[in-house]
Design a protein. Structure first.
Length: 159
């Protein structure tokens, strides 16, 4: 069992709908042994989005992916825990909300494959570490005791 960090982000569509606090409440329940150690609200630049999704740059849907990820503010987070990358992927559910299992974040909050509410680091080796460094280059992490409350505070400040 390995303690890891993973990058999670409430995507612009879900963030603008006000789903962030509900999603984070679900994350806290579905990842009971993990802790949120960083959180911020920001609008990704095109350059940041291209760096973030670099592994998908040869895919035909890449331009739409970049456009979607930069369409508005996101709520970026770092969660830490034992095998948290894999556990977060399970909590999110399948990329297509229609195919996602009941009780997963994407099943509850996703609308369709292009609006699936949340991004989480892939399980490929180094993926989570790379994404954490892209979005939180300062590398300073402290446990956030009430992630849902912190998200509500950030959402209100952004409004």
């Amino acid at each position: 069992m390995t303690t890891q960090q993973t990058f999670l982000a409430i995507k612009p569509e879900a963030y603008s709908r006000g789903d962030a606090t509900g999603i984070i409440t679900m994350l806290s329940k579905l990842l009971p042994d993990a802790k949120c150690v960083a959180m911020k609200s920001y609008q990704p630049s095109e350059a940041l989005a291209k760096e973030h999704y670099a592994a998908l740059s040869d895919k035909p849907f890449f331009p739409e992916l970049i456009e979607s990820f930069t369409a508005g503010s996101i709520l970026g987070m770092v969660w830490e825990g034992t095998n948290v990358v894999e556990k977060a992927r399970e909590a999110m559910g399948a990329t297509d909300p229609v195919a996602a299992a009941e009780g997963t974040i994407r099943k509850q909050y996703g609308k369709h494959i292009g609006d699936n509410a949340i991004h989480g680091s892939d399980t490929d080796p180094g993926s989570a570490e790379r994404e954490v460094k892209i979005h939180f280059p300062e590398g300073e992490f402290n446990e956030i005791a009430d992630p849902a409350g912190k998200s509500q505070e950030l959402c209100q400040a952004a409004a």
